[in-house]
Ligand binder design. Structure first.
Ligand code: SF4
Length: 234
C-alpha cells in the first residue's frame, strides 16, 4: 500500500472511531476550542450539552480554568462524556494556555487578525489540546496548508508517513506537501487526537490504538514503557 492509500484508509478508520469534527465550523473561536475537546468520541450534540452543563455549574470559563479537574470531570461524567477525567485535564490545560498567552478568557482576537498573525498566536499556545488547535487553524482561521506540530510529527513518523531519520525542517515540508490542502484539517485533528490519547512521547498504547492496522511502529509493537502521565507537548 502506498502512502496516499494508507492516508485515505487511516483517515476513514479514525473518523469512524473518533467521530467527525466538521460540524465545529459553525462555532466561534472560543466555543470551538471547548467543543473540539468535548466532542471527541461523543459527537457535537453531547459536547454542546456538556458545555452548557459546565456553564450552569461554574460562573464562567475562567472559573472552570481555576477549578479542579475532578470537579470538572464529575460534571462531564454526569453528562456521559467519554474519558471525563482526561477531557477535564485537556480543558483546563487549554483554558490556561489561552489565558497565559492572551491575558483574557476568549479568543475573539484571532477573528480580527491577519491570518499569519492568528496562526502564529495559536501555535504559541503549546498546551492547547491538539484537536482544538487543528479546528482553530483550519476551520476558523482558514489555514490551507498543514502546520505540523511536534506531536503531529511524532505520530506521523511512527505510523510511517515520514522517515524517522529525516531533519525536522524537511519532515515538515514533506508531510505538508504529502497531506495537501484537502486533508489538512482531518489529518491534523485525527492524528493529533491519537497523540493526545494513545501515542505519547514516552509511551504508546498500541494495543488500544485504532491506528494499529496501518501503523509501522505499532506493527512491531514491543511492550512500551509505562505512561508516566507527564507527557510534555512541544
Ligand atoms: S499504533 Fe502505537 S505507535 Fe502507532 S499511532 Fe497508535 S499508539 Fe502510536
Amino acid at each position: 500500500m502506498n502512502r496516499e492509500e494508507k492516508l485515505e484508509k487511516l483517515v476513514k478508520l479514525l473518523r469512524q472511531a473518533f467521530g467527525d469534527a466538521e460540524g465545529l465550523k459553525s462555532s466561534g473561536p472560543f466555543e470551538m476550542l471547548i467543543l473540539a475537546i468535548l466532542a471527541f468520541e461523543d459527537g457535537l450534540e453531547a459536547a454542546k450539552r456538556a458545555s452548557a452543563a459546565l456553564l450552569a455549574e461554574f460562573v464562567d470559563w475562567n472559573e472552570v480554568r481555576v477549578s479542579s479537574w475532578k470537579e470538572i470531570g464529575a460534571i462531564l461524567e454526569k453528562e456521559r462524556i467519554s474519558s471525563p477525567g482526561d477531557k477535564a485535564i485537556a480543558l483546563k490545560r487549554s483554558l490556561e494556555a489561552v489565558f497565559t498567552e492572551t491575558n483574557r478568557m476568549d479568543l475573539d482576537a484571532v477573528s480580527k487578525m491577519p491570518q499569519e498573525k492568528a496562526v502564529n498566536l495559536l501555535l504559541k499556545l503549546k498546551d492547547m489540546d491538539e484537536g482544538s488547535l487543528a479546528a482553530l487553524l483550519y476551520l476558523h482561521v482558514g489555514l490551507q496548508t498543514l502546520a505540523p506540530t511536534q506531536r503531529l510529527l511524532r505520530v506521523a513518523q511512527r505510523i510511517g508517513f515520514i522517515q524517522e531519520s529525516a531533519m525536522p525542517s524537511s519532515m515538515k515540508q514533506n508531510l505538508s506537501s504529502f497531506v495537501g490542502q484537502r486533508n489538512a484539517f482531518r489529518f491534523h485533528y485525527l492524528l493529533g487526537k491519537l497523540g493526545e490519547k494513545y501515542c505519547f512521547e514516552k509511551a504508546a498504547f498500541c494495543g488500544k490504538c485504532p491506528a494499529l492496522p496501518y501503523c509501522h511502529r505499532g506493527a512491531a509493537c514491543a511492550p512500551w514503557p509505562a505512561d508516566d502521565g507527564n507527557e510534555s507537548k512541544a
